[in-house]
Ligand binder design. Structure first.
Ligand SMILES: Nc1ncnc2c1ncn2[C@@H]1O[C@H](COP(=O)(O)OP(=O)(O)O)[C@@H](O)[C@H]1O
Ligand SMILES: NC(=O)OP(=O)(O)O
Length: 323
């Protein structure tokens, strides 16, 4: 990193990259369209691998897990019952991990890079008494019109909310991640130079019981889990990839202003000034601050996929947050 960061050597620097679920599934929910998005993503990520960075990848699943729930409901019968939400999260870790690890393999082969990549079914501990269980806020599945949402609410008795001006979506509880159960395994693989894809969809939410871990009906915000993962693996950078190049103040207003290099204290003030939308940009900013508060020299970047390979060069537009 030079223009906007320091010029330290990048060999073996650890980067946790969090991919938004909407970056994988845009308009076309078919497997082939999602694989194609991940092929594009992988070509971009490989540029960081070529620069010597060690990638620890995680991803969202909001659109995918909501669609899977709809499929479960559509086929629900006594002989073939719908599977619960924690299991659906596990299923999306499997499907997205499978697509992504193969896309990364192809992209690395094209660049003559010999590295292993593996997806890990990952559980994340949450608190059974988290307030989120009585206050669902995490949007999942397709965007609906207000009328469609009202109709769906009557059909499935779920909660639907408007999602950052983009339409109405089903919302489910989103407890905060306390611990990533498999993080020591991820750490061990990272130390061996293996690229990991873990804690997808925020991780499978589990609570601790006398009998062991038990799944709960929730979807954890992948940005908070990414921050926890970055802290646990002692990452140098947390990069959150989303639909915008930069975070803005006065977003979508005539006086909107791009944030380029900011201190956590400045971000905290912007939160107090209500600059970031709930359920979209706010959790990303909170996650970034959480990581920076729990790490000594970490830095965090929020940008779009188009910019990822430019973050460490002279070009590109992105928001870098540091202590
Ligand atoms: N202050 C802001 N600056 C930039 N983007 C914002 C801001 N407030 C809300 N947004 C919106 O938040 C979106 C990112 O949230 P979201 O789409 O939920 O994330 P994900 O990519 O993880 O699915 C951006 O694409 C943008 O539309
Ligand atoms: N689980 C999660 O936060 O997914 P999205 O990023 O796709 O909303």
């Amino acid at each position: 990193m030079n223009r906007k960061g320091s010029n330290e050597t990048n060999m073996n620097k650890k980067i946790v990259v969090a991919l938004g679920g909407n970056a994988i599934l845009a308009d076309d929910p078919s497997a082939e369209a999602q694989r194609e998005s991940l092929r594009y993503t992988s070509k971009k990520l490989v540029k960081l691998i070529k620069q010597g960075y060690q990638l620890i990848i995680t991803h969202g699943n909001g659109p995918q897990v909501g669609n899977l729930l709809l499929q479960q409901k559509a086929g629900d019968s006594l002989a073939n019952p719908a599977l619960p939400l924690d299991t659906c999260v596990a299923m999306t870790q499997g499907s997205i991990g499978y697509w992504l690890q193969n896309a990364l393999r192809e992209a690395m082969r094209a660049e003559n890079i010999e590295k292993d990549v593996v997806s890990i079914v990952t559980q994340v501990l949450v608190d059974a008494d988290d307030d989120a269980f009585s206050n669902p806020t995490k949007p999942i599945g397709p965007f609906l019109t207000e009328e469609e949402a009202a109709f769906s609410r009557m059909a499935d008795n779920s909660t639907y909310m408007e999602d950052a001006g983009r339409g109405w979506r089903k919302v489910v509880p989103s407890p905060k991640p306390i611990h990533i159960i498999e993080s020591p395994i991820v750490d061990g693989l990272v130390e061996k130079g293996i690229i990991t894809i873990s804690a997808g969809g925020g991780g499978i939410p589990v609570i601790e019981t006398p009998e062991g871990y038990q799944g709960v009906e929730a979807v954890i915000d992948k940005d908070f889990t990414a921050a926890k993962l970055a802290e646990l693996v002692n990452a140098d950078y947390l990069i959150i990839l989303t639909g915008v190049d930069n975070v803005y103040v006065n977003y979508n207003k005539p006086n909107q202003k791009k944030l380029e290099r900011v201190k956590t204290s400045e971000m905290q003030q912007h939160i107090l000034d209500h600059q970031f939308a709930d359920g979209s940009m706010l959790p990303k900013i909170e996650a970034v601050i959480q990581f920076l508060e729990n790490t000594k020299n970490g830095k965090a970047v929020i940008t779009s996929l188009a910019n990822i390979d430019k973050i460490f060069s002279e070009e590109g537009s992105f928001t870098l947050v540091e202590n």
